[in-house]
Design a protein around this ligand. Sequence first.
Ligand code: GLV
Ligand code: GLV
Length: 329
Amino acid sequence: DRPKILVTQQVPEAAYPLLEAVGDVEANREEGVIWSADELLQRAPGHDYLYCLVTNTIDARLLEACAAATPRLKLVANMAVGYNNIDVAAATRLNIAITNTPGVLSDTTADLTFGLLMAIARRISEAERFLRAGKFTGWGPLLLCGADVHHATLGIIGMGRIGKLVAKRASGFDMKVLYHNTHRLPAEEEQRYNATYVSLEDLLRQSDFVCLQAPYKPETHHLIGEKELEMMKPSSFLINTARGPMVDEKALVQALQRGTIAGAGLDVFENEPAVEPELLSMENVVLLPHIGSASHQTRTRMATMASENIVAHASEQRPPNILNPEALV
Ligand code: GLV
Ligand code: GLV
């Protein structure tokens, strides 16, 4: 029997022929339609492979139902680098392999971090709203002045692949780069990225821009809350292109209202796709709909990479981006 593959949401075209070559593909190809948890629970059991997105919650209940069905689920390919939407421990216990798409989106996401940083510092979105509203009556010495990016201090929380590429971009702007990470980088890497290791508290106290580039896990839940925001400078900005729940979004709203910090650039939200309503009417925030990796080239590469993991397993090879090799039986 050919393996049965379920693709939960519309993905770049390049993904499908690779899957069709090794199995029978059922796919949600309706533009913009995201299946609910219940719909996924109805549809997923009885497939060998699940190709999913960060919009799908792959919890123990779903995995158990898929493991008990015939054919049983063998692998979940997440078309994302982050995999906090998947209960990997439950999957491992059920011998279900999990794969992600690391590396290919790092530069593209670092580009967006920098884009958000520039946009919030120089009030780019706010200025465009001003112009579009017909308020531009001529060049003004005081018009829409913002903060300098060049020579400012950038604090990177999470110095993985993406964090390092943000540091690389910062060096072109002559920024001073501080970083905090679960482990310190080797000295030669610190030199290469011109980055200084500091405690989280020192990073928050000294940085003009604080960028979150860490993975979301129980340990990073609300990593930035009221206390941390209080440590930041009143002139500083918070940028998050990683995962929303690392920031206590209600505390952030209060900090922005009180002037505890100057502004925020957010590509991700605590209860995505919901956004704290107060944020929507603030001028000192830039809000984006989770587009960190959204370039044509990168999304195509992520899409084929997720397919390649399924193809490898279906061809009895080790999936190249396996996160839980213990699950392979
Ligand atoms: C997207 O947010 C990803 O983790 O790739
Ligand atoms: C992305 O590829 C990361 O894990 O930093």
